[in-house]
Design a protein. Structure first.
Length: 344
């Protein structure tokens, strides 16, 4: 559970109600692909029980599960079916199908093959911390996380989400940590990282199970190769790879955590152990990146939801500046001492 983390901040005005979310997601239940359907997704009970709850609350932490099914149609198989159809048309009519007709034949071939195709299924865990207004998707790719979040926002009334960002970018922070080889408080730097050039060469250097406190790494950074991934450990308890997009990958709970939960088992124990560690790790990580830089997009959604329909739109204040009682121009127009003179 939770091998990856894509983190979102939930708008402050949303007061999560377990029963309301459960009822909302009942409108988006997963159902297998039909005979001619290529992709299907939806929500399933986290415990895997038929007709079970779609939202489980374990120690005040909510657990959801998004399930997807897709049919596998190799391009070579589809192309062969198209060629067979083209050959049949040529034999019967003596003509070769044009490009537009071939496109239609390709779609027809896909529909013919879909009922016979193998299916691939996958699930994504979703963790909601209602008190911290944090939502985490256990996805290794942003596109997968986007599909999960889109379904939540579409079906849960009033839910607004924004990817968490920070005042210092993960890439800039990782570069500084590698240059000084000084990890932030509560963290240590492990022995894996990836550096990528920002120029057109897109050159990549990877270190795996290799000490990173060497001049070679510093030289690469000095020459413009910036870190895109860095392996780290938090308090000797949770290891992970931090990415430039503020995602956590390859999460591993170390021996101290595993030994604490070795006498327990099941979904409840796994959830309690995982969230117990990660809900403490996240604030430490955000602090190491100089704090959270709240997304203006989320602030705008909050203002839109809170304001009356007739209220004029307000320009959001610039981050980091106090705009209270600021005068942006003179209080009154200056006296024209030369009314007959023109500027041009």
């Amino acid at each position: 559970m939770f091998k990856n983390m894509v983190m979102y901040r939930i708008a402050a005005q949303w007061q999560g109600d377990l029963v309301a979310v459960e009822q909302a997601l009942q409108q988006a239940l997963f159902s297998p692909c039909s005979a001619t359907q290529e992709v299907s997704d939806g929500w399933v009970p986290p415990r895997g029980e038929a007709h079970g709850a779609l939202v489980e609350s374990i120690g005040g932490q909510w657990l959801l599960r998004f399930h997807s099914e897709s049919k596998i149609l190799p391009a070579s198989v589809v192309q062969q079916r198209v060629q067979d159809k083209c050959s049949a048309i040529e034999r019967e009519s003596g003509r070769k199908p044009g490009k537009k007709e071939q496109r239609d034949l390709k779609e027809e071939a896909r529909l013919d093959l879909l009922p016979q195709a193998f299916t691939k299924q996958s699930s994504v865990w979703v963790w909601i911390d209602p008190q911290a207004h944090l939502l985490v998707v256990d996805a290794s790719a942003q596109t997968k996380a986007d599909a999960v979040v889109s379904s939540l926002v579409e079906h849960v009334p009033g839910l607004a989400l924004a990817l968490i960002d920070t005042r210092t970018s993960p890439q800039a922070a990782m570069a500084q940590w590698l240059l000084t080889h000084e990890a932030p408080a509560e963290f240590s730097i492990d022995q894996s990282c990836e550096l990528k050039a920002s120029d057109d060469s897109k050159a990549v250097v990877r270190y795996t199970r290799h000490p990173l406190d060497i001049d070679e790494v510093r030289t690469h950074i000095a020459h413009g190769k910036l870190p895109t991934q860095l392996a780290m450990t938090w308090q000797g308890r949770v290891s992970f790879v931090l990415t430039e997009a503020l995602q956590l990958k390859k999460i591993i709970f170390q021996e101290p955590v595993q030994s604490e939960g070795q006498d327990e088992g099941g979904l409840d124990a796994d959830m309690a152990i995982a969230t117990g560690e990660l809900r403490l790790l996240v604030p430490d990580l955000l602090a190491a990146l100089d704090g959270e830089g709240r997304s203006l997009g989320l602030e705008a959604m909050e203002n839109t939801t809170a304001a009356p329909p007739t209220a004029p739109a307000k320009t959001p204040p610039r981050q980091g500046k106090d705009t209270t009682n600021i005068t942006t121009g003179p209080g009154q127009a200056p006296v024209d001492t030369a009314p007959n003179d023109a500027p041009f």
